[in-house]
Design a protein around this ligand. Structure first.
Ligand code: GRF
Length: 187
């Protein structure tokens, strides 16, 4: 059994897709053993409860530095014997401490075809730019913002003018790609 940790700050629909993928067998021989969340009250915590996944919730402001809270997280990842960290809407740049201890075992999902539209508002930025083909990227995490080696991508063609419809298409593509990619890299 491969042991996954999912980091999220918000809604957690990707968390749910991964947890459901493990439960259904779409991701074979893996389980989500920890949900790490930096926001008290984030909806991902409800989803974690639903899937019986233990949570590590922390407030970064209660730590003197990023190194300190990342040390606390990495200690817990060690304790849970985590094989792969999946960032799924974790709205922080991973720092030196986590990279030193888990580098090469951390992946992220980004709702655009990198290297285009990096940053926190990728869907809106691409929409405002007027692109006709959107997409999703899964990549290794290194110290750059959305810059690590690309693992997988999928295109999402959309020529309409309804950003909510677009977001929903992109999220669907994310859930599918994350499940397929995790399945492939741990298999
Ligand atoms: C996703 O669009 C992901 O690509 C981005 O943040 C969003 C998280 O959505 N990094 P959710 O919390 O998984 O629903």
């Amino acid at each position: 059994m491969k042991r996954l940790a999912v980091f999220a700050s918000g809604s957690g629909s990707n968390f749910e897709a991964i947890a459901e993928g493990c439960r259904s067998g779409a991701i074979e021989d893996a389980e989500v053993v920890l949900c790490v969340c930096d926001k008290t009250g984030a909806y991902v915590l409800e989803r974690a409860k639903k899937f019986d996944v233990p949570t590590l919730v922390f407030n970064p402001k209660e730590f003197a530095s990023k190194r300190d809270f990342e040390r606390m997280i990495a200690d817990r990842l060690d304790a849970e014997r985590v094989d792969l960290v999946c960032l799924a809407g974790y709205m922080r740049i991973v720092g030196e401490e986590l990279l030193a201890r888990y580098g090469g075992r951390i992946i992220n999902i980004h709702p655009a075809l990198l290297p285009a539209f990096k940053g926190a508002h990728a869907i809106r930025d691409a929409f405002e730019y007027g692109v006709k083909v959107y997409g999703v990227t899964i990549h290794d995490v290194d110290s750059s913002l959305d810059g690590g080696r690309i693992i997988s991508q999928v295109a999402v063609p959309y020529e309409g003018d309804d950003i909510e419809e677009l977001e929903s298409l992109i999220h669907k593509a994310e859930h599918k790609l994350y499940v397929e990619t995790i399945s492939r890299i741990i298999g």
